[in-house]
Design a protein around this ligand. Structure first.
Ligand SMILES: C[S@@+](CC[C@H](N)C(=O)[O-])C[C@H]1O[C@@H](n2cnc3c(N)ncnc32)[C@H](O)[C@@H]1O
Length: 538
């Protein structure tokens, strides 16, 4: 049996498939034919050569697919995690051929974030390494390597410690099975809010499952497929747009929010352009303080630093990248990225970067690139919860705050609270760039706090990140298409603001504590929405 590197094969085939997809199979045949003619072959030979090469190509493709299928006896740890909590992260093997099985590898750093009761899934854990304890039905059981723990359904349990586990849920994990009863105090302190699985009657109704299937989920999935086939001009018609708004409202109630790490270098070019333009026009001298919140593995922080340094090389830039995930921050801090495998994010973080920009930003060594030292200079990295009240003390006032694409993954009340906390960071007359958030929440907070929506490049920034647009209307994070018929469109669709009355809401600002500034800060303020829901599988 051949065990080949599946990632490399996938990349090679994806490249070829992408070419064929872009140009069409006929184009590829014609291109091959022309190449033969140009090489001086008679027409008939050229035709036969093209037919032969097609046959060889499809046979090779077939052989590789057969080999890849055969290779599926063996599963390695996937490059990205399937779930992340505050006290653990885990990977899921597969998809396995045994469709009724899930196997997880879990690295427990502190413990499972919550206590939970499983309705139908019994879980078995095998302790590979480390030590800790399980609390099952109020009794504590110490565990060490080589031990197996069987947790039946309908009992409350959690686990704590520093250990590596293999978990076997039976049957497979499915949404709505687990009820989370309280935080695990070894991992999270504070009040436990309503579990996301429960909630208001409307939420319960929309999330209702019949024979383990969610009717609303199926309805949304069907609509998603149909919507993606609609011509853009038809989808823009008033009644269709209204129907889209209805679907989006439903998706926001139906889906359980889960944080994601996806990020890209130069993700929203118009937003970077506006940052550059504002700085080019600014009389500012000396030090520029910028915070990039929810920075994931650093692509956004380095992209901002690149645009800022290009616009104003004379300024001393202090840029602080903050993320709640220690693993993501570690990658960002190293500034070393693989060109062939995703690290933590599950996205091709370079897909929006042109080759000249790659050369400007990175040193390349084979399939690995390192952020150039001039770009890394002045960037500080913190692990922390940007919803925590300590945020301001830890970072201090900022000339610009960039907070994109993570508030949409929080429940609305938590997102609003977090946004108000983030706004406290922005200096008077400083700028806030905020996208990837429920538009109702952003509009409400902006109006409440009297932010000035910047009109320059408003439409371009709104359209600037194709992936968020593509999620609308059937995914909770989808970005509503810009609608100029709305009276409030200039506020609703603005993603850049100047904050004139910073601190107005609480008036309780204090200067940054130098100790916390130097040490970074740890995540303390915790709530249900910032808790990564996917971790609940484990
Ligand atoms: C989808 S990524 C977005 C990354 C980047 N901002 C971008 O737009 O490309 C969301 C990131 O926000 C982080 N995050 C989520 N909640 C957070 C919180 N309360 N405090 C700090 N970071 C958080 C996640 O860990 C994740 O890395």
């Amino acid at each position: 049996m051949v065990v080949a590197d599946r990632t490399t094969q996938n990349h090679a085939w994806r490249g070829a498939d992408h070419f064929i997809e872009q140009h069409g199979r006929d184009y590829v045949r014609r291109w091959r034919f022309k190449a033969c003619i140009n090489a001086g072959m008679p027409r008939r030979w050229a035709l036969q050569t093209v037919m032969l090469s097609n046959a060889i190509a499809s046979n090779i493709h077939h052989l590789v697919l057969v080999e890849m299928k055969a290779m599926q006896y063996i599963y390695s740890l996937p490059p990205s995690t399937a779930f992340d909590g505050r006290g653990l992260f885990g990977y899921s093997f597969g998809p396995l051929k045994q469709k009724d099985s899930d196997i997880y590898y879990i690295e427990v750093e502190k413990g499972h974030d919550t206590f939970m009761i499983s309705k139908k899934i019994a879980r078995t854990y095998y302790v590979l390494d480390g030590s800790g304890y399980f609390t099952i039905a109020d009794r504590k059981y110490d565990v060490s390597p080589g031990m197996l723990v069987e947790v039946p359904t309908k009992v409350e349990y959690s686990y704590s410690g520093k250990m590596k586990l293999i978990a076997f849920p039976r049957p497979r994990w499915f949404m709505g099975n687990d009820t989370h009863t309280k935080w695990n105090p070894d991992v999270v302190q504070g009040n436990f809010p309503c579990a996301a699985d429960g909630g208001a009657w409307l939420t319960r109704l929309v999330r209702l499952q019949i024979f383990r299937k969610s009717p609303i989920g199926i309805y949304l999935e069907l609509n998603r497929r149909l919507w993606n086939r609609l011509p853009a001009s038809f989808a823009a018609l008033g009644p269709i747009r209204l129907y889209g708004n209805f679907l989006h409202a439903l998706a926001r109630i139906h889906s359980v929010r889960a944080q994601a790490f996806s990020t890209y270098f130069l993700r929203n070019r118009p937003q970077l352009e506006l940052i550059g333009r504002l700085l080019e026009r600014s009389p500012k001298t000396g030090t520029l303080r910028v915070a990039v919140l929810g920075c994931s593995t650093g692509a956004e922080a380095y992209s901002a630093a690149w645009r800022i340094r290009t616009a104003r090389p004379d300024l001393k830039l202090i840029l602080q990248g903050v993320d709640i995930s220690k693993r993501a921050v570690k990658v960002g801090q190293c500034g070393v990225y693989s060109l062939v495998a995703s690290q933590v994010t599950n996205t091709n973080i370079f897909e929006r970067v042109k080759s000249a920009e790659m050369e400007e930003m990175f040193d390349r060594n084979g399939d690995v690139v390192t952020v150039k030292s001039w770009l890394k200079e002045g960037i500080e990295w913190h692990v922390g919860d940007v919803g925590a009240p300590e945020l301001f003390d830890a970072l201090g006032p900022q000339d610009m705050v960039i907070a994109n694409n993570f508030l949409c993954h929080m429940d609305p009340s938590e997102a609003e609270r977090c946004l108000r906390n983030i706004a406290r960071l922005v200096s008077p007359h400083g700028y806030l760039f905020i996208s990837g958030i429920d538009l109702d929440i952003r509009t409400k907070v902006a109006a409440d706090l009297g932010w000035k929506p910047l009109q320059e490049l408003l439409e371009e920034i709104h359209e600037g990140d194709p992936c968020m647009k593509g999620f609308w209307p059937c995914h909770y994070g989808g970005l509503e298409p810009l609608n100029k018929r709305r009276r409030d469109w200039r506020l609703r669709y603005a993603a850049a603001f100047q904050l004139t009355a910073a601190g107005k809401e609480t008036g309780d600002r204090v200067g940054p504590s130098s100790v916390e500034k130097n040490m970074g800060y740890s995540s303390v303020g915790v709530s249900a929405a910032t808790f990564p829901v996917n971790a609940r599988r484990a």
